[in-house]
Design a protein around this ligand. Structure first.
Ligand SMILES: [Zn+2]
Ligand SMILES: [Zn+2]
Length: 249
């Protein structure tokens, strides 16, 4: 499994960080987890082929997580060699979002099909299984847990405030990619602090922690320091175009 961070930022413009998006490449199946504004261009910068994407999973439809979906679909539409299906997954309202936003902007596509799936019902794809849980945020939002056929698991919290339910959902994951919008103190509403991310990682016993979703004013080093008060495993500060390869043990 190779994970490329396409965007480690949030909804405010930043010179260094794009909006949330991660490319998860398995041997025969490639997903985007979130597709925030600029994600398609970030794929080009990372040397990734947008035509290879099999599935886009949206944690929620805020523009910093979903703003580039129409751009991606448009790019695929004008690539006649693209024949394979695109799966678009999100919460139970994803069908309406796709019609009202993407179809409205891009129109119908003829060279490939789009299959919209409700990830709240779970998803079984080639090489990967996806489970979700509803998380507290200012819009309906999901955390996603991807489990590969070799048994590797990665949790993306998406945007979320603290909830005890995340501990069981993240339990034993090999990697946790967490919303660390600020370092410590009162969290931004609907987001976690680095300290809470560390507490979650420690309570859930995850193998490795990625802190991400940094605002321009957030100091990632402070997030890491706050996180370390609880979690003594490996901590990675997400950066755009960072690539992490995970091997099944
Ligand atoms: Zn966000
Ligand atoms: Zn959000």
């Amino acid at each position: 499994m190779r994970i490329t961070v396409l965007g480690s930022g949030a909804c405010l413009p930043s010179k260094e960080r794009g909006a949330a998006a991660y490319c998860v490449a398995l041997e025969q199946f490639t997903l985007l987890v979130d597709c925030g504004s600029g994600a398609t261009r970030q794929m080009a910068r990372a040397g990734l082929d947008f035509r290879a994407i099999d599935m886009v999973c949206l944690s929620h439809v805020h523009p910093d997580h979903a703003g580039d979906l129409a751009i991606l679909v448009q790019a695929l539409k004008v690539s006649p060699e693209r024949r394979k299906e695109l799966v678009v997954g999100g919460d139970r309202r994803i069908g309406a979002f796709y019609r009202q936003v993407v179809t409205e902007m891009v129109g119908s596509v003829g060279n490939f099909t789009v299959r919209v799936v409700d990830l709240e019902k779970g998803f079984e794809g080639p090489q990967v299984r996806i489970a979700t849980m509803r998380v507290p945020h200012s819009a309906p939002a999901l955390a996603l847990r991807l489990t590969t056929e070799e048994g590797m698991s990665v949790v993306f919290t998406g945007d979320t405030g603290w909830t005890d339910d995340l501990v069981a959902f993240c339990r034993g994951a090999d990697l946790l990619v967490a919303d660390s919008s600020t370092a410590e103190g009162p969290p931004l509403s609907g987001h976690m602090t680095g300290e809470q991310c560390g507490r979650l990682a420690a309570l859930a016993g995850v193998g490795r922690l990625f802190l991400s979703h940094f605002y321009p004013a957030t100091d990632p080093q402070q997030c890491a320091a706050a996180c370390r008060r609880h979690y003594d495993g490996p901590v990675v500060l997400a950066e755009d175009l960072l690539v992490v390869t995970m091997m099944a043990s």
